[in-house]
Ligand binder design. Structure first.
Ligand SMILES: [Zn+2]
Length: 188
């Protein structure tokens, strides 16, 4: 069935994990309808890793759109499409993975002064039929250091942090350690 004109193409499973305020602009930035009416990634629209929400505009005699103040950036990690490297299946180790569409979930990443959305693709092995998530260690470990460094996220079990946050926390930890050892040396 053809979607109604009030809808916009968007991956159904993303509606629960992408903030509502971001769904429409991400739809416009990335998706289209396939010939049979299903939302799909429009590869012609791909333009790097980062996608920004629309800027807020002040138009005379019009109320500002509040959603323009609360949008999140999107980091779209597509190692197979954008890095153009052959990736090996971590299970059977003999076949190259193929793209399987976008992964059904996204993650919210903590950055220094905001949050952003992380999305990736699923990669499929035609031999053992297993799928890999684009942000998994088994995939990231196959990348050369320069390409690996373009992935800015430290993935954790329940959360995700930008590597700049990790760096700051480490610096703060080192500073506290240094302060405590100095305090200790004064009291001895
Ligand atoms: Zn395999």
């Amino acid at each position: 069935m053809r979607p109604t004109v009030t809808e916009f193409p968007f991956i159904e499973s993303w509606r629960a994990c992408v903030p509502e305020v971001d769904q429409q602009w991400i739809s416009k930035a990335l998706f289209t309808y396939s010939s049979n009416g299903h939302p799909e990634l429009d590869e012609r629209k791909l333009d790097g890793f980062w996608y920004d929400p629309p800027m807020s505009q002040t138009i005379p005699n019009q109320k500002p759109r509040l959603d323009r103040y609360f949008g999140h950036r999107l980091f779209l990690w597509l190692p197979l499409r954008l890095c153009r490297m052959a990736l090996t299946c971590p299970f059977c180790k003999v076949t190259h993975l193929t793209k399987q569409g976008l992964y059904r979930l996204t993650r919210i990443v903590l950055d220094i002064d905001s949050f952003y959305i992380l999305a990736t693709e699923s990669l499929h092995c035609v031999k053992c039929k297993k799928n890999q998530i684009g942000w998994s260690e088994a995939i990231l470990d196959q990348l050369d250091p320069a390409t690996r460094s373009t992935f800015p996220v430290q993935m954790m079990y329940h959360s995700a942090c930008d590597t700049r946050v990790i760096y700051l926390l480490r610096q703060r930890g080192l500073a506290l350690l240094s302060y405590r050892s100095r305090s200790l040396s004064f009291t001895i």
